[in-house]
Design a protein. Sequence first.
Length: 117
Amino acid sequence: QVQLLESGGGLVQAGGSLRLSCAASGRTFSMVGMGWFRQAPGKERELVAATRWNGGTTDYTDSVKGRFTISSGSAKNTVYLQMNSLKPEDTAVYYCAARFYTGWSYWGQGTQVTVSS
C-alpha cells in the first residue's frame, strides 16, 4: 500500500497563490508518477496535473495551464502543486494521487482550497 499526506490548502483571495505538498510513503517503488485531482461541490473529481517519473513529463487540464505548476522532489516520493493567479472556480478539495502502470490508485485525504472573489 501507499499512504499519501497532503498539506498546504487554505483560503486565498482571487489572484493569490498557494502551494500544495504531498508526501508518499509505503510501497512507493512501484509508483510511476504522482498527480493532483480536485473535486468541487456537485462536480466530478477531475485530474488537474500529473507528472511521470520516466522523462519527467507533466500534464495539465486546460483550465489551469499557465497558472499551475506540478513538480516533484528528487526522492520521487513527494509532489508539489504551485497554484498562481487563483480563481474562485479553483475552489475545491484537492487530492494527491499515486500513479502505477495499472493506473491511478491511492488518494490522500484531501486538502481544501477556497478562493474568494
